[in-house]
Design a protein around this ligand. Structure first.
Ligand SMILES: [Zn+2]
Ligand SMILES: [Zn+2]
Length: 297
């Protein structure tokens, strides 16, 4: 199944004329999910062709304004559009009230139900062929990263199965039972199938580089990690509990991810070439995202 990831905004703390506030959309097998909802997220979604009425769940990393302010406008527009489906919003435990306050304008306008869930660590959301797990990051207030993981899939080795006389409905019987008898022969599911590993994507912002992120992102296809600063502002990164480009790249390297995409770039950088270079000196497959970038996994 194809995963499509759209980066809505790549700035941190404040927008610039080229970079909007944090937000990442994931579409997978008919589901649309949003990670963080910075100011202007609904406009970014319109701009980049995302149908936001289809969003079923929003995963908030933490309750700093740059990651949640967009919720107020988005939930209101959904009501104006007469949404009827429930909307689930996930936020680190203890911060449910802030989200509730932020979205409690225009109660009379509401056409749908919003369920706000406080999260810690563990699986928080399950779809048909995937789940989403939260884990703790290391920031100035409680902040959560999220791991999207597609279920592993078993695929028949067509030639082999055919040769052994497996056809039609026998495939589903074999899948259900784990073995089947063909003539006098007992054939196991393992002997005629291979396991195709599900894809995974990890969203980690705002945070210092963390061993927990390394563990959560182990062998992931994609890690989207914050990179507020460059190494020359390392002290600031430490102070404000953010990461430098090199630190984010070290996390990607330790976790052996396939690809690193950097977001949450401080507004002080008008050009990101040096940040990208810094990350690549540690982990080659790194890039600084641009607003509207689409990644297909
Ligand atoms: Zn932030
Ligand atoms: Zn923050």
């Amino acid at each position: 199944m194809g995963m499509r990831i759209t980066i809505l905004g790549t700035s941190g703390s404040a927008p610039t004329k080229d970079r909007m506030m944090p937000g990442v959309v994931l579409t997978y097998d008919g589901s649309t999910m949003l990670f963080d909802c910075g100011e202007g997220s609904q406009m970014q979604m319109m701009k980049y062709g995302i149908n936001f009425s289809k969003i079923s769940a929003i995963f908030i990393s933490h309750a700093h304004g740059d990651h949640i302010i967009g919720l107020a406008g988005l939930v209101r527009t959904m009501a104006m559009n007469r949404r009827s489906a429930d909307l689930d919003i996930f936020v680190p435990r203890g911060y449910e009230g802030i989200v509730k306050t932020l979205i409690s304008f225009d109660k009379a306008l509401m056409t749908y139900r919003i369920n706000i869930h406080g999260v810690g660590s563990g699986v928080v959301y399950e779809g048909k062929e995937f789940n989403i797990r939260a884990f703790h990051l290391n920031h100035t207030i409680p902040s959560c990263g999220y791991v999207f993981r597609e279920a592993d899939r078993r695929r028949f080795i067509v030639e082999k199965a055919k040769k052994l006389g497996i056809k039609g409905a026998m495939h589903s019987e074999l899948q259900g039972k784990g073995w089947i008898k063909v003539g006098r022969r007992r054939i196991t599911l393992q002997s005629v199938t291979t396991v195709q590993k599900g894809k995974s994507f990890v969203y980690a912002t705002d945070t210092r580089p963390s061993r927990r992120t390394v563990a959560a992102a182990r062998n992931a296809d994609l890690l989207i990690h914050e990179s507020s600063y460059s190494e020359s502002e390392k002290a600031l990164a430490r102070d404000r509990k953010h990461s430098t480009a090199a630190e984010a790249a070290a996390v990607a390297k330790a976790a052996k991810v396939r690809r690193l995409v950097l977001i949450h770039i401080s507004a002080r950088y008008s050009s990101v070439g040096s940040l990208e270079k810094e990350a690549r000196s540690v982990f080659m497959n790194s890039e600084v995202a641009r607003d509207g970038e689409v990644i297909v996994l």
